[in-house]
Design a protein around this ligand. Structure first.
Ligand code: SAM
Length: 313
């Protein structure tokens, strides 16, 4: 037990390092619950680690949980040759003992640039649960770059705009990036700029509720990416709440209404129990499940997201 986690991490690192170098990728998932006794996630961000710690089960009390968490963190530190300052811990229930050593409370703003398929993205390892780059959609982003040339691309629920960066670098004719949050829109703008894309009429970032955008938009798009949150009840939304399980049919139909002839919609969700409603896709369209081809090499969990391409028949 004492070095089981450390051994596993080193083995994964040896394996993934070569693959990552070949693809010019500096951040990837090293470990996800590989060993049942260590139910945690370790993501590598170019010389630093983001660690998700979970409860081991019903039987552990607070003291036991703190002990195994500390043991796990020590093994991660040793295996990856990191100092505690290079490890960013995310927990649902915060462990008091760990905060002082590992969590950088009061020392916010650990923002830096990382590389993915040769492109540059800004991540923040310290301040939020998510870092600014969802690693599980790396292949989906690469797919968007491959097919973007000459297309008008719409990125809805865009977060930090990583899909838009891939589309713009892939010579999209135009990109439109929409997110409710001004903070994420600014982040998306910076990500575009980091990759040499100037904001202009051609590449727009719009801080708006996607529902309002979809209701008013007159332009048509050749490629739409729609990766909504599982649930939201943000006050800034036109509706009181959004649940992807409940509302995806309406959302997909609103997206399809903006598709140009021959265009396609990439729709994705992280909702665990999601099932695509038959009424979501009108008869003139075909939904192809592309989940398997969009799960990255470094992810053991192939249920991390589900993804469809929806296009006219
Ligand atoms: C799961 S993230 C999307 C991930 C993103 N597609 C990516 O690959 O990086 C959800 C995003 O949706 C945004 N959001 C939530 N409700 C929204 C709404 N009604 N309109 C626009 N954006 C919304 C949030 O601000 C957040 O950035």
């Amino acid at each position: 037990m004492q070095t089981m986690l450390a051994n596993r991490l080193q083995k994964r690192m040896r394996h993934l390092r070569k693959w990552a170098k070949r693809h010019d990728i500096s951040c990837y998932r090293l470990y996800e619950r590989d060993i049942p006794e260590f139910p945690l996630i370790v993501d590598w961000y170019d010389g630093e680690a983001v660690v998700w710690l979970y409860e081991r089960g019903q039987t552990d009390d607070e003291g036991e949980t703190a002990v195994w968490h500390q043991d796990a963190l020590n093994q991660i530190q040793d295996a990856l040759d990191l100092s505690p300052r290079q490890i960013f811990v995310k927990t649902r229930a915060r462990q008091r003992g760990l905060q002082q050593q590992y969590e950088r409370f009061g020392e916010q703003g650990h923002t830096r640039l990382v590389t993915e398929h040769g492109l540059t993205f800004e991540v923040n390892l310290s301040d939020y649960l998510d870092t600014g780059l969802f690693l599980d959609h790396r292949p989906t982003r690469a797919m968007v770059r491959e097919e973007a040339a000459g297309k008008r691309v719409l990125n809805l629920f865009a977060y930090t705009g990583s899909f838009s960066v891939y589309a713009a670098v892939g010579q999209a004719k135009a990109t439109t990036t929409v997110d409710l949050s001004k903070k994420y829109c600014d982040w998306a703008s910076r990500n575009l700029q980091h990759n040499g894309i100037r904001l202009s009429h051609q590449h727009q970032v719009i801080a708006q509720d996607c529902w309002q955008f979809l209701a008013k938009e007159k332009r048509r798009y050749d490629l739409i990416i729609c990766d909504p949150p599982t649930f939201s009840n943000s006050k800034r939304m036109a509706r009181s709440s959004f649940s992807v399980d409940r509302d995806h049919a309406e959302l997909i139909r609103a997206c399809l209404a903006l598709l140009a002839n021959g265009g396609s919609l990439i729709f994705s969700t992280n909702s665990r129990g999601f099932s695509l409603d038959e009424t979501a896709v009108p008869r003139a369209y075909l939904a192809t499940d592309i989940t398997q081809q969009t799960i990255p090499e470094d992810f053991r969990n192939d249920k991390i997201h589900r993804c469809w391409r929806i296009a006219s028949r």
